[in-house]
Design a protein around this ligand. Structure first.
Ligand code: ZN
Length: 139
């Protein structure tokens, strides 16, 4: 069994930005040489999250509407009073969606569905440079 580690550095626009990580992850699987195992992806920020979804404009608009319903940007957050950074909703959404996604690798391929894409969600209020840790374990 071997392990392979890389960090993806990703520029986002914030505000519920959804970035498709499929191509970058497939490239890392290839680079790792690991044919069977799993890829654990973890975003190292408290206002961003990872999940999977169908990356098409209709759903992306739906997701933005759901983000706003779940944790409205204009609502009152205790976090604002303590820190004054006005991203309480960003932290709440990041916690709900969670920081990680694990994907099986079989015969050198990520075992994602036909329309399923691993994505980075950035909920913060301004553009950011994000780091996603990717650890691939297998043989
Ligand atoms: Zn904050």
């Amino acid at each position: 069994m071997s392990t392979f580690y890389r960090e993806l550095s990703i520029q986002t626009q914030g505000g519920g930005d959804v970035i498709d990580l499929s191509d970058a992850l497939m490239q890392l699987v290839k680079e790792s040489g690991i044919r069977n195992g799993q890829a654990l992806c973890f975003v190292r920020h408290s206002t961003a999250a990872l999940t999977t979804l169908e990356h098409e404009p209709g759903l992306l608009a739906d997701m933005k509407a759901v983000f706003e319903r779940l944790a409205p940007a204009g609502a009152e957050y205790e976090h604002h009073k303590r820190w004054g950074d006005h991203n309480g909703h960003s932290h709440v959404l990041a916690a709900i969606f969670g920081p990680s996604v694990g994907i099986p690798i079989v015969d050198g391929r990520l075992m994602i569905g036909t329309w399923q894409r691993p994505v980075l969600l950035d909920f913060d209020v301004a553009p950011r440079q994000r780091s996603v840790s990717v650890q691939i374990v297998g043989e």
